[in-house]
Design a protein around this ligand. Structure first.
Ligand code: GLC
Length: 389
């Protein structure tokens, strides 16, 4: 569970991060964490974003049914066991950590068939225009729920809480009406997006899969994964790099409309080892720039000079997360990405500030990037990634 009170189920990318942290202390426990996800894999290959291990906590009044497939005749009839949504595909990275930490080839043999099916599902069913970038069908699949990167694409023109709520949930209602059938959704609606964060994590995941498959002697899979990873980087550079902003941007709908909002998404391709040095340098420049992402406590989820930036996890008293506060999972990605491109000093600075916010405020869901004060849920799992920076 990401946090016992606020998030009482198993979330996909949270669990991957928990496993990465567990792998440093207890590889067997780490492997178990991931087994919980693998056990929930769908027939089509999706590993869902939430597994409702405690079904008495599943509520019709919240997002639980809305984000899930209906297997009965009536839409809100049977209690779902999982959602029908994805989250950023960081599971190959997690398996690689756990295998290296000591779970070894036995766990690899167990996990690899699941990973293959999962990444092939993403490539085959999530890329309707065949440009190598995968699409999310709701912003809640990106892991960055209410980020202003999505505001324009869903038609949210003001930050009025009711407008934000209705506009962001409407695409999910349409998905539910299509019972989360991806082909129907892509054919019928225009609300899918090629999300930079999701695709950067996907590209990095494919590289991990290529290495794992090679280790297991599955050469065809390894070659496929490496080739697809190359295509992801090339497609991001070609379609989503915005020279003017010096950042990558999300692409909305079938026409790939650019969402020119400066959010942490745009920095995420730093985790790709094959990013050209001048592009990596432009991203690193933003992390050093006090006007955009070089906050006193980096890395804000929205650039400080964006009109939507808010240091809190609330908008006018209502909970709308990812509109400014920093999170330690994106910091973890960026710290390692910076190191991979030789920006060690900048990486050390972000890691050091990350430790400071945890030492002062505990393991928290978010922190205010101006003051370092903890905001959002307390005793939050992935904040422990700070031990792996
Ligand atoms: C929120 C976050 C998402 C996370 C979940 C559980 O929905 O946006 O990224 O996985 O909480 O922590």
């Amino acid at each position: 569970m990401p946090a016992v009170r606020d998030y009482p189920f198993q979330w996909f990318w949270d669990s991957c991060f928990h496993a990465i942290v567990w792998s440093r202390f207890d590889p067997a426990r780490a492997a178990d964490e991931l087994r919980g996800l693998l056990a929930a894999q769908d027939e089509d290959g999706l590993i869902p974003h939430v597994v409702f291990w405690k079904d008495d906590l599943v509520s019709r009044l919240r997002w639980h049914h809305l984000e899930s497939r209906t297997d009965g005749r009536l839409p809100f009839h049977r209690t779902p066991h999982t959602t029908a949504q994805m989250q950023p595909p960081v599971i190959a990275q997690a398996v690689e950590h756990v295998v290296h930490a000591g779970a070894g080839d036995a766990f690899l043999a167990e996990a690899l068939p699941h990973l293959e099916r999962y990444y092939r599902y993403l490539a085959a069913l999530r890329d309707p225009d065949g440009d190598a970038l995968v699409s999310v069908v709701s912003q809640f699949e990106s892991g960055l729920d209410f980020s202003p990167a999505y505001d324009a694409s869903v038609g949210a023109r003001t930050e009025h809480p009711l407008e934000l709520f209705l506009r962001t949930r409407l695409p999910q209602l349409l998905n539910k009406l299509a019972n989360y059938d991806l082909r129907t959704i892509f054919r019928r609606y225009r609300h899918h997006q090629e999300d930079v964060l999701v695709n950067a994590v996907y590209g990095q995941g494919l590289r991990a899969l290529a290495r794992l498959a090679e280790r297991a002697g599955r050469e065809a899979t390894s070659r496929w994964a490496a080739r697809t990873a190359d295509e992801v980087t090339a497609a991001l550079l070609e379609r989503s790099w915005d020279e003017g902003l010096g950042l990558f941007v999300n692409l909305a709908g079938p026409n790939e409309r650019r969402a020119r909002v400066k959010t942490v998404h745009g920095l995420m391709p730093l985790i790709l080892p094959d990013l050209p040095p001048e592009v990596a340098a432009a991203l690193a420049g933003h992390l050093d720039d006090p006007r955009t992402f070089g906050a006193p406590y980096p890395v804000p989820s929205v650039a400080l000079d964006e009109p939507t930036f808010t240091p809190d996890h609330r908008v006018r008293g209502f909970r709308f997360i990812w509109r400014g506060p920093l999170s330690l999972n994106t910091n973890w990605f960026l710290v390692h990405g910076l190191r991979g491109h030789g920006f060690d000093e900048l990486a050390d600075r972000i890691a050091e500030r990350s430790r400071t916010v945890v030492e002062r405020g505990g393991f928290n869901e978010f922190y205010d990037p101006l003051s370092g004060r903890p905001v959002g849920a307390k005793r939050f799992g992935w904040a422990t990634l700070v031990v792996d920076m």
